[in-house]
Design a protein around this ligand. Structure first.
Ligand SMILES: [Fe+2]
Length: 287
């Protein structure tokens, strides 16, 4: 798996200290890393305690590895994510693939620099433990060079959308996507089809509009989904976390994955500067 010790160097505290930032001043310069900030682990635990987790596990299984919760995050966590998403607007990388997608994204590498609270939330043991309960799998962090490990996706211009797709795993094991609603001043919907890879169940369409703090969690290879186009003066931002069951990737898949990320999401500089330093990038599609 990845090397958490190496990745964990940047935290909100260390970044604040390194920058000489007082807690209050962090709000403007360090997106979402303000001190006084919610402890992600504790905040997640406080919410999970209130759920009927046995039922949620059954729901996840009954829906062929899909779950939607309208109200998941603690309000203080949602507030931090909203602040971070707005502060990171200048960092958004815009992409346009005719007939497939149009929108913006901010990769984990930028988040590590400017919004380490998000990286901490991604690594929350409470969060990962809860997701393991839902899936019955042991979940691992995505490798350090995977720009999708945690990323923000922006729908800010008319027509921003992503067409029907799966979050295909290029890894040797399964790839799960956790989507958190951050900003939704839009008419965008997540349309999906359950059971498309389950021969024993008929396909079942669904559609949700995910409010800030809402959650969608699914196995990327099993859920066919899309985001419908944004209209004029709309804004939608979602945060996705990617967890895997086996972080190994065949070399030829890595090449495809890196090219896809560079063209469709984060740009060549983001993807291949990481590639040069370590090994290659990753796979998949955001929502
Ligand atoms: Fe997706």
């Amino acid at each position: 798996m990845s090397t958490p010790a190496q990745e964990d160097v940047i935290t909100s505290n260390s970044l604040n200290n390194a920058a000489g930032l007082a807690p209050a001043s962090a709000v403007s310069g360090d997106a979402g890393a303000s001190a006084g900030a919610a402890d992600p682990d504790r905040a997640v635990a406080s919410r999970i305690r209130t759920f009927d987790n046995a039922k949620l596990r059954k729901d996840f299984d009954d829906q062929s590895a899909f779950l939607y919760l309208e109200d998941f995050l603690a309000p203080e966590v949602t507030a931090q994510l909203i602040a971070a998403a707005r502060a990171l607007l200048p960092e958004v990388n815009r992409n346009y693939l005719p007939g497939h997608k149009q929108g913006g994204s901010v990769s984990r590498h930028t988040i590590d620099r400017l919004a380490p609270f998000i990286a901490q939330l991604y690594r929350s043991k409470e969060l990962i433990g809860w997701l393991e309960h839902l899936t019955g799998d042991r979940l691992l962090l995505s490798p350090a060079d995977d720009p999708h490990a945690y990323a923000l996706y922006y729908y800010t211009k008319p027509g921003d959308h992503i067409g029907w797709h799966y979050d295909t795993s290029y890894y040797d094991g399964r790839r799960y996507t956790l989507l958190l609603g951050v900003i939704d001043e839009s008419s965008c919907r997540l349309d999906y089809e359950l059971h498309t890879r389950n021969p024993d169940k008929a396909d079942e369409p669904g559609s949700v509009q995910i409010p800030p703090g809402g959650l969608v969690f699914f196995d990327g290879d099993k859920l066919r989904h899309r985001i419908t186009p944004a209209l004029e003066n709309e804004m939608r931002v979602s945060l996705t976390f990617e967890y895997v069951t086996d972080p190994n990737m065949r070399p030829w898949r890595r090449v495809i994955s890196n090219l896809k990320d560079a063209i469709a999401y984060f740009g060549f500089r983001q993807v291949f500067s990481q590639f040069a330093r370590r090994r290659g990038g990753n796979a998949g599609e955001g929502v």
